[in-house]
Ligand binder design. Sequence first.
Ligand code: TYM
Length: 329
Amino acid sequence: MERKRVFSGIQPTGDSLHLGNYLGAMVGMLDLQEQHECIFSVVDYHAITVPYETERLSQRVLNVALDYLAAGIDPQKSVLMVQSDVHEHVELSWILGCLITVNKLSHLPTYKDKVARYGVAGLGLLSYPVLMAADILLYEAELVPVGQDQLPHIEFAREVARAFNRRFEPVFPEPQAHLMPGAVVPSLLGQGAMSKSVPGSYIALTDEPAVIGKKLAGAVTDPARQRLRDSGEPTRCNVYTLHELYTLPQQLSEIAAGCRGATIGCLECKAVLAEEISEGLAPIRERRRALAADPNYMRDVLRDGAQRARSMAEATMFKVKQAMGLLTA
Ligand code: TYM
């Protein structure tokens, strides 16, 4: 199989990643790192586009890096780096920004959502998708493992690549999203997706089994099912959507039949899922604990990752500048 470049990034906005990040994005990264040349990043410059706590940022960056390694990203196979360690991300972002209209950016859905949520309309927030396009194009990446919420941004990166190639020379491939079955991991609150910014919506990768059990016990199910004797409809239930990602087909169809026929209660159904999720997360939690005990190792991995990323970034920037008439010597 042809070896392609892969890039993806995760923002350091919480204390630990959640099941949505893992099933939506990381499972795809793990899948791709076996065959392709991967660069995975903690995108700290994206995290400062909205208000954040200065004193917690550096620890959050390290936490995401820990989550990457604990989940199985292997620094022997993939490059793991922090975005702000490679200044070419910002340099290319400036260049690409010169090809894009403000009007186009202000109509992207995430910009409007964030302005509504934070009440700030900073230039950084507006050009967030340009920086994201730069992240991907800087490594000439062809595949981008992400959750479904990132699709408008990937589409935008493709447009930017086309605009550059048309205006100057064909330097960039058009990147494609690499989606997994967990592309939309639902919220525990019954509506929308699991999200770091919505408390109560998520299961963290660091949650202990007892916490997972408790969170799931409180999760919203099919609203039509108030009592055990009410029959439920699994397709209206977020807990069932999670079951679809964890439970083998035979048991899954038993659960669906039990829900429709009111022979299995929601708590029983949730207990099965809690055990499966806890079992799946146990090795990640253990590896994370071991890695957290050795901060020097983590620093070495990130230093090495930055160095490897930098040499790829420099090669692309040379082509970009040459194509644009920015090289004088
Ligand atoms: P971020 O940090 O919000 O999320 C990281 C990854 O997790 C995925 N994800 C989900 N997938 C399925 N179900 C969910 N409930 C769920 N919640 C989050 C996201 O889709 C994402 O893949 N803009 C990006 C970061 C970024 C980036 C990049 C990604 C910056 N530059 C370049 C790819 C390539 C973001 O905010 O992801």
